[in-house]
Design a protein around this ligand. Sequence first.
Ligand SMILES: *Cc1c(COP(=O)(O)O)cnc(C)c1O
Length: 321
Amino acid sequence: MTTPLDRSTAWAYEQGQPGPFSYQRDHHPAAAAAEEALGALDGGSAVLFGSGMAAVTGVVLTLLQPGDTVALASGAYYGTGKTFAALVRWGLRTVEFDQTAPPPDDVQLVWIEAPSNPMLTMPDFGAAVAHPAPVVCDSTVGTPLYVRPLAHGCDIALHSATKYLGGHDDLLLGAAICRDPGVAERIHATRRQLGLTAAPDPAWLLLRSLETIELRVRRQTETAHALADRLAAHPAVSIVRYPGFGGLLSFDVADLDAAMRVETSTRLIANRTSLGSTRTSMESRRRWEGERCPPGLLRLSVGLEDVEQLWADLELALDPA
Ligand SMILES: *Cc1c(COP(=O)(O)O)cnc(C)c1O
């Protein structure tokens, strides 16, 4: 039995009073069910958003005021830094810091990523949570199977549910899972007011996806392990970044030309962006991130295909002779 999908935008009052659902921008049954499931996975109170970036925006606008500064882990998802830059006009300041060391003083929010995308560094959780400011940890790449930010003492775990939680390249969603239910309520109010709400259909698809999250991510991890080892031993590869868990890794070939040759030479592995899908994909990140990304860096998101077939595809692309 699957949860019925209710696409209503408004529900009848009960004896003249709004029930748990009255208008879809505020809340709807599929989002409530998804929040229940996400809250259980990360051990907190979940707020679902229409995208990962909507979750980032909703959290920042709830927790900070004009003039406040956020300490952002350098090498974190480039879209997060771009969103913070877009909020400069509204009074937000950003300083970058090395997340393997303590965050700077005099900031009102600490933003870490576990592991970072695509540099795959892990934060020093102890140093981050020792800071007096609230700590948000984007654990999109780690997934709740391997990284539980709230258990490390962080205040909010944040996900682009478009990636591993959704896992099938067919939904765009985000989530903030809060340790304090009162903070979740405040973030929910921001979501409703700014219209950052998720639609019912993707929320329903997320519920489908969560049934297999553990199987998918465990298998992706197993395959990624094997590929990381083989890539590290390949003469055309200079560096492999893999934290030892999860399905995402990045590796460097000689330069941008070589990276573009490799990404366009695979047959099974799709040359496209995004990550966390059942299907393996790879891309040079330089095209999006510019100077901050090594020119020869390829980001590989490992899917559910056979490991030998994936390796054969990579080997051929690395060794076109
Ligand atoms: C993709 C991604 C985001 C943004 O999520 P969207 O669903 O694309 O809006 C945020 N953080 C990380 C680590 C991501 O990989």
